[in-house]
Design a protein around this ligand. Structure first.
Ligand code: ADP
Length: 208
């Protein structure tokens, strides 16, 4: 694990999970706009881009053959065929960078990241209700397999207790404000601990 000069402490991996349609993408976009120093981890997917989505920004949009080939080369850390249709996966080099990073994974990915990495802070986005979740999925895109997505939503939500922060996405402004507050608090907590370590060790804590 690298020490980041800019952050003057070990980088944090912020993880966001939740059912499809729960608002993860929307929240991530708003929250990251507040933290230019936090890098978004761009995942891979074999699903086609939705309206307005950009390759390399929202996802790396690749075909199934390329996905399998990246998997064989060990370049995909966590892969899922979540809705019995498209593949989703995270890049395996995500721990090589020094900056705080933000990644979207499902609950299995979250468990795996926790085993590999100390500085994980996780958020689980809960919908205000299953009815509202269904409405948002329908409104966002006319993708098939709504029943698969809703079943998967129940499976994901059953694991929500493992997360550091449970965020209810009812009012988007409130929800983003809660995530932003938690990120600031986690950064402050680590900055203070590092300062104290250096102070006690006799290293100038103000000079990296
Ligand atoms: P996910 O990334 O979890 O699949 P999205 O961010 O794509 O979910 O959100 C799904 C849909 O719900 C989008 O159309 C988004 O604009 C809408 N949405 C997200 N949060 C809210 C909210 N608090 N109130 C109403 N609609 C929302």
């Amino acid at each position: 694990m690298h020490l980041s000069k800019k952050n003057q402490r070990d980088p944090i991996l912020f993880v966001i999970s939740g059912p499809s349609g729960g608002g993860k993408g929307t929240i991530m976009q708003r929250v990251l706009a507040e933290f230019p120093a936090i890098q978004k981890v761009v995942n891979y997917t074999t699903r086609p881009p939705r309206n307005g989505e950009q390759d390399g920004v929202d996802y790396h949009f690749i075909d199934e053959k390329t996905f399998r080939s990246l998997q064989e080369q060990g370049k995909i850390f966590e892969a899922e065929r979540v809705y019995n249709d498209y593949y989703y996966g995270s890049p395996s080099d995500l721990l090589d960078e020094g900056a705080d990073r933000f990644i979207e994974v499902d609950f299995k990915g979250h468990q795996k990241l926790r085993r590999h990495y100390n500085e994980v802070v996780s958020f689980f986005v809960l919908p205000p209700s299953f009815e509202e979740l269904e409405r948002r999925i329908r409104q966002r895109s006319p993708e098939a397999n709504l029943p698969a997505r809703l079943n998967n939503a129940r499976e994901q939500i059953a694991e929500a207790g493992d997360y550091d922060y449970l965020i209810v996405n009812d009012d988007l402004d409130v929800c983003c404000c809660e995530v932003i507050t938690a990120i600031r608090a986690e950064q402050i907590k680590r900055k203070g601990r590092r300062f104290l370590r250096r102070l006690l060790a006799g290293t100038d804590p103000n000079n990296d």
